[in-house]
Design a protein around this ligand. Structure first.
Ligand code: COA
Ligand code: AMP
Length: 631
């Protein structure tokens, strides 16, 4: 047995022993009574009875234990031409002071705070300040439009919204404040306190009595201390796309989250305290929560906070400049970023300009790493390129290559083997386990390891229905795939209506709900088509109501505008075509999966329940005219 297999087996055979050992890296105010409470499945509780504080573990204890002057955050912002280093001591000052600001506004243990900010260190300060008070943050990605922000505000019911006046997206200056104002207008939960961080390039108007200036409040405020919370108390809600317009509020606890993330920094990513780690994502996504903010800080390493793009800020050498300038040991990003770099600089000429001898490994996730991107990156960088698979729900990798334990050979198309703690199986639709090589539903036997979702915010029922019902005793990942003879997992894609656009998770169901609101639309279907740069892009088909004779292109333009204004530009919804009818089963279910297979030139079985097979021929012709179907 290899050393990795031995560690994996011990995590599955003796999970409590395994995670008790890992829990020693966290400072507890009071030790937990039990490692795992399995008395009420599927609501498992890690470390019940334990008392701790995530912010204390991420900042204070490092200041107390010799890391006060070590850099905690390197803010590198090519879009504002800024590089700023924040030591653990300075971070403690800022976070405790901002916690004082929130406390002064009545925020305490169990209250919620929505954070809508670009990639500036103040976003991390706000998150950690919530954790310090035992308050629950919900960060919303800045690419979401006011309507999406309003949905989250209504569901999370925050006492305060923390925002910034704007962001620079590539070369565009974007004002955030009007978006927040509009979201508050649209939401029924009325937020009466907004804290605003003014940025130099875009000054926002303030609403008297409701809006408070970040800097002014910081000057007036007294630092607040860490509040003791239960290990099982919530740390954050992170909304993620499901199959409908109502996103799922994934809930993360404090104790299990801290233990698991700390464990992954060394064992998965081979990072030691004090080393420089860079996750080029956004705080609005789970990767940003786990590996821009919490993971590296819990461990006492240095995290790079990058406000820029892989290309265009200023060029496709930006990543190599950051690695070289800050002595980055390992980078984590999405394959789409590498495809963008490859497109701009296919021969990697810009890479050769920089000394990147400090760099040891590239980690990719967010979507499948295609073999072309894998090999291009391997050849260019001359270091291991490691794919790993995870979801917002799990908070850390389900399948990966634990370089800190034993680096396993990379097989293209596979993120390697199940991580310790995850008992991954492949089941057919009836719940029967499938043998090696056969594709089916990827599931994880319960209990899930620490750090994974404990439930959905204020919706235990949806939690059970979405993840725990189809295959009793297992967590349903909604991804399909198979495991080969060597135990390597291959993730082939989502089985539901979630799509992945440039590493961003979006719901085609949500787009359909928006389109259906158009007065001329009778019905519609949106599905994902493969895209060379962004992985997937959404394509819509719409049928107009009887009597509508308008120009279809005009209607399409209106639909594109509606999706952009309601969900946001990141939905990248640009393609929609009018059709006479949509293919359906006899019970009226639209055959989105079949249309997706046709558009992506994949083989498909004619559904036995199809209402009228001729419609599929019409759809195939339309997709051929649109340039998707090649045959
Ligand atoms: N705030 C506001 N708008 C945003 C935004 C944000 N934080 N992020 C993206 N957008 C906008 C973009 O400006 C663009 O708008 P446009 O249609 O007006 O041009 C739109 O959303 C689409 O953005 P994106 O899909 O990012 O496309 P792009 O062409 O600007 O950039 C990549 C392409 C590949 C360079 C970029 O998607 C990228 O860096 N991807 C990496 C993704 C990642 O890190 N994912 C995290 C998971 S690990
Ligand atoms: P998110 O919740 O935004 O992290 O998106 C999770 C989804 O992204 C998964 O369910 C997968 O469909 C996809 N995904 C993430 N990482 C990978 C990967 N390494 N390989 C294949 N798919 C991935």
């Amino acid at each position: 047995m290899t050393s990795f297999d031995a560690v994996f087996q011990s995590s599955i055979n003796n999970p409590e022993e395994f995670w008790a050992e890992a829990a020693k890296n966290i400072t507890w105010y009071k030790e937990y009574d039990k490692v795992l409470d399995s008395s009420n499945p599927p609501f498992y509780k890690w470390y019940p009875g334990g008392k701790m504080n995530t912010c204390y573990n991420a900042i204070d204890r490092h200041v107390e234990n010799g890391r006060a002057d070590q850099t905690a955050i390197i803010y590198d912002s090519p879009v504002t031409n800024t590089i700023r280093k924040i030591s653990y001591k300075e971070l403690l000052d800022q976070v405790s002071t901002f916690a004082g600001v929130l406390k002064g506004m009545g925020v305490g243990k169990g209250d919620t705070v929505v954070i809508y900010m670009p990639m500036i260190p103040e976003a991390a300060v706000a998150m950690l300040a919530c954790a310090r008070l035992g308050a629950i943050h919900s960060v919303v990605f800045g690419g979401f439009a006011p309507h999406e922000l309003a949905i989250r505000v209504d569901h999370a019911q925050p006492k305060v919204i923390v925002t910034a006046s704007g962001a620079i997206e590539g070369v565009k200056n974007l004002a955030y404040k009007p978006l927040v104002d509009s979201a508050i207008e649209q939401s029924t939960h009325k937020v009466d306190k907004v804290i605003l961080f003014q940025r130099d390039f875009v000054k926002a108007d303030m609403i008297d009595g409701r809006d408070f200036d970040w800097n002014e409040m910081m000057e007036k405020s007294e630092p607040a201390d860490c509040v003791e919370v239960d290990a099982t108390d919530p740390l954050y809600i992170l909304y993620t796309s499901g199959t409908t317009g109502m996103p799922k509020g994934v809930l993360r606890d404090n104790g299990g989250h801290a233990v698991a993330l700390y464990w992954t920094m060394k064992n998965l990513y081979d990072i030691n305290p004090g080393e420089v780690w860079w996750s080029a994502s956004d705080v609005g996504w789970v990767v940003g929560h786990s590996y821009i903010v919490y993971g590296p800080l819990l461990q006492g390493s240095t995290t790079v906070f990058y406000e820029g793009k892989p290309i265009g800020t200023p060029d496709a050498g930006a990543f190599w400049r950051v690695i070289s300038e800050h002595k980055v040991k390992a980078l984590f990003t999405a394959p789409t970023a590498f495809r963008a770099i490859k497109k701009e600089d296919p021969d990697g000429l810009l890479f050769k300009k920089y000394d990147t001898s400090c760099f040891e490994c590239l980690y990719l996730a967010g979507e499948r790493t295609d073999p072309d991107t894998l090999h291009w990156a391997e050849d260019l960088l001359g270091v291991p390129v490691i794919d790993h698979w995870w979801q917002t729900e799990t908070g850390w990798a389900i399948v990966g290559n634990c370089r800190g334990i034993e680096e396993l050979p990379v097989k293209e198309g596979s993120p390697t083997k199940p991580m310790p703690g995850y008992d991954v199986k492949i089941l057919d639709d009836e719940g029967k386990e499938l043998p090696a090589g056969q594709e089916g539903n990827i599931v994880v036997k319960l209990p899930l390891p620490p750090g994974t979702l404990t439930t959905l915010w204020r919706n235990d029922e949806r939690f059970v229905k979405s993840y725990m019902t189809t295959f009793p005793g297992y967590y349903e990942t909604s991804d399909g795939g198979y495991i080969d003879e060597d135990g390597y997992v291959y993730v082939m894609g989502r089985m539901d209506d979630v799509i992945n656009i440039a590493g961003h998770r979006l719901s085609t169901g949500a787009m359909e709900e928006i389109i259906a609101n158009h007065p001329d639309i009778a019905e519609c279907a949106v599905f994902g088509v493969d895209d060379k740069l962004k992985g997937q892009l959404p394509v819509g088909f719409f049928v107009v109501k009887a009597g509508v004779t308008r120009d279809p292109v005009e209607i399409k333009d209106e639909l594109v505008k509606m999706v952009r204004e309601s969900i946001g530009p990141i939905a990248c919804f640009r393609e929609a075509t009018q059709v006479v009818r949509l293919p359906k089963t006899r019970s009226g279910k639209i055959l989105r999966g079949t249309m997706r297979s046709i558009a992506n030139n994949k083989d498909y079985n004619m559904p036995s329940t199809i209402d009228d097979p001729v419609i599929l021929d019409e759809i195939t012709d339309t997709l051929r005219e649109m340039g998707y179907v090649k045959k």
